[in-house]
Design a protein around this ligand. Sequence first.
Ligand SMILES: [Zn+2]
Length: 312
Amino acid sequence: MTVPRLRELGQGRLLLDLDFRDTEGLVAAYLLPEPEGWTLVETGPSSCREALLAGVARAGVSPEEVRHVFVTHVHLDHAGGMGAVVDSFPKATFYAHELGVPHMVDPARLVASARRAWGAASDRLWGTIAPVPAERIVALRGGERFPIDHGELEVLATPGHARHHLAFFDTAIRGVFTGDGAGVRLEHSSHLRPAVPPPDLDLEQLFASLDVMRRTDPKVVLFSHFGPSPDGAADLMRYRTIVEQWRDVALAAAREKGDPEYVAGRLKAYDATVTAASPPTEGESIISSYALAAQGFLRYFETRGLLGRIPK
Ligand SMILES: [Zn+2]
């Protein structure tokens, strides 16, 4: 493991690259100075624990100074490492959405659902998932505010990608930490890609949550995959259109054949026409995979009765 990159974002805020799969620029965490020490946004997966701790050390932050740890949602690439750092940050309080907290305390269902989605590769990708002691984690619903240097961190309920998804608004830099709520936009890429996995994708909620984030009038949008976007507010605008386009392709495919692989293939073929000039990188197709998008859409269509009877 190389010591991960750090980047200054203004007002003392820092971006940590967690070097997921020894690859730069896939999974981010953020450190924000606050009155009692430091606030961490996202832990990343358990497999990135060493990189996270090395990044915190490189920032000159002692483990005792990490006082508040927030995750946008409990999917393993954002929060899988929480249980693994509970002892590393002995003075920290951990936070997740109230619907996500039970899965942090008992991660059995998270692990099972990751194994369904990722198959045999799951454990290697995400690492060993340790439970978070119930007394160390606090449930959020949206609307809470926490002091950070020069301002506040405001919790925004942003369901859609998952029911328990949160975003965080940093009033000092007017930055929104979008988690997966505004899709995936890797550094040096102009592609904004859907993050629409199973099991509880809800497109109506997702679109409403984009409006919630837009209403903060952000100057900068900070993706967990990955980093600050140079045109964040515009990304929030265009993400809805991109998801609608993928949805339409997936629905047409699913009505022909309700098979996830078939739908994934159609999404990939469609995406190839859109990104012909600069095909998606390997990193982009890992973080925003066609297979997961197909599964997410199919489940969404099925639960809403949009498919009718379909030939298998
Ligand atoms: Zn993610």
